[in-house]
Design a protein around this ligand. Structure first.
Ligand code: SAM
Length: 285
């Protein structure tokens, strides 16, 4: 038996569960599940199975299904249990609650009503992927899932283009190839990136490369499993290129291709022929 019997203070406990390997559960998460007065979960079957694997008895407790769209009914029920002074443990199907998962509204309302809101922390695919991707971890930005539609996805990528940290996305295997293609187009082909698949599971895999290499590698591939995509931040070089393009577009509105190229190459101290070719391309669009 890995859990201890000990009373919990009344309050709401967000319990992190494994993202693959069942033994990644923490001892404190097991204690919390064993001792909470009330159990609630995004997916009641997964929580029941996890408790069975670790020998945590239900002891007659029901598991209440809750996600933020369950409507006010389920949330009010849990809040009224907190009102009665009970300890309520809430778990996601996998990983940390609230991280691309339900729990946000419950957390906000429980805190606003003055109840203890705390957590038994543990696995999350974001942190696991960051520790394996081989990209800087000093600053990162979790962008969640990008929209499914191409236009909205490109706009989403545009929004995070200049974020000064490693970009972290959750992605479905079906859309991975399209996402990598769009990322190469919007963020630049040369950015380093990593595709982390099936973390902590039997077929765990990390593929690293530039966005264009990864887009090519996954083109038409039949990808399975769960995926995190990480992309390095914008470099100074990307930044200059973006500035040059912007300046060139502006100059072309009032000048000939030749004059605009001359002006921009002088302003940025870069090769005139390179700018001229860029300007011709832009004028041709
Ligand atoms: N709450 C979870 C967490 O803390 O990571 C995330 C839940 S979100 C609904 C599910 C997404 O997380 C998957 O589609 C995938 O992008 C990512 N994910 C979860 N488990 C993963 C794993 N074992 N390997 C890679 N990605 C994973």
């Amino acid at each position: 038996m890995n859990h201890q019997k000990q009373p919990l203070k009344p309050g709401l406990y967000f319990v992190a569960t494994p993202i693959g390997t069942a033994r990644d559960i923490t001892l404190r998460a097991l204690d919390t599940l064993a001792n909470a007065d009330v159990l609630a979960a995004e997916d009641t079957r997964s929580l029941r199975r996890l408790m069975e694997i670790h020998g945590v008895p239900l002891n007659g407790r029901q598991i209440i299904a809750y996600h933020d769209h369950s409507g006010l009914g389920a949330r009010s029920k849990l809040l009224s249990m907190l009102e009665e002074g009970k300890s309520v443990a809430y778990a996601s199907e996998a990983g940390t609650p609230l991280i691309a998962d339900p729990g946000y509204h419950l957390s906000v309302e429980a805190a606003a009503a003055g109840y203890l809101v705390t957590s038994a922390p543990g696995p999350s695919a974001i942190i696991t992927a960051l520790s394996l991707a081989g990209l800087p971890t000093d600053a990162f930005f979790f962008a969640g899932f990008l929209p499914n539609a191409k236009g909205a996805r490109r706009t989403g990528l545009e929004t995070v283009k200049a974020v000064p940290g490693t970009l972290v996305f959750y992605e479905s295997p079906k859309r991975l190839s399209e996402m990598l293609k769009d990322a190469a187009l919007v963020l630049g082909e040369g950015r380093q990136a990593a595709v982390c698949r099936e973390l902590t599971k039997k077929f765990e895999e990390v593929r690293r490369g530039t966005l264009s290499e990864l887009a090519e590698a996954y083109q038409g591939a039949n990808v399975k499993g769960e995926i995190v995509v990480l992309i390095e931040r914008q470099t100074a070089e990307d930044n200059d290129e973006a500035d040059i393009e912007q300046a060139l577009e502006k100059a072309l509105k009032t000048m000939s291709v030749r004059d605009a190229s001359e002006a921009v190459s002088q302003a940025f101290g870069v090769n005139k022929r390179k700018i001229y070719a860029l300007a011709l391309g832009k004028k041709g669009k």
